[in-house]
Design a binder for this molecule. Sequence first.
Ligand code: TYD
Length: 204
Amino acid sequence: MNKAKFITFEGVDGAGKSTHLSWFVETLRSRGIDVLLTREPGGTPLGESLREILLHQPMHAETEALLMFAARREHVERVIKPALARGTWVISDRFSDASFAYQGGGRGVLVGKLEQLEQWTHGELQPDLTLLFDIPVEVARQRLSNNQSLDRFEQEQADFFEKVRQAYLDRRTKYPQRFALIDAAQSLEQVKASLETVIQALLP
Ligand code: TYD
């Protein structure tokens, strides 16, 4: 049996990640793959409670980082590892790269501190593949402007998102083997074609 894959979706708010995620999961399922779709922060009852707090309650940047990783610890132990162990693929809407991008890049939490938390939380587990939906910040913000109820992150200014975007690109430079960069400014059809290539490479 082929080893179950752990795949993460990342990108700045407004990159269209969620739309592509649904299509990606449906396509894998239609080809007979058993897939669990989950998200961060969240993915467990405790994680979803922490998500509510994280998305709406103001807090210190390091508190934010600690809560993201606390939710992640629960997610890794109770959901991600058990699923992979029984041969189910796990697709997560965001994972630790988001903490490096948002808390590290956006909020300025020291990368060394985040690396310690990453090591503690899932030292032995990394995604097999990370799809990074990259898009110019002004295009992403235009897409967000149609959205009526913006959370604490989505309400940030353009310079915050520029830092988030750059931090994501830095993660890709650091881990080039696991990242696939998707140009999210392309049309929906073009993005699907890129994802189809990714899926072809994944399937046995
Ligand atoms: P997101 O995944 O974009 O969900 P939705 O599409 O429902 O808005 O929202 C989660 C937010 O949490 C997003 O703005 C990024 C932020 N986030 C962090 O800041 N750090 C993290 O480690 C994670 C997982 C998410």
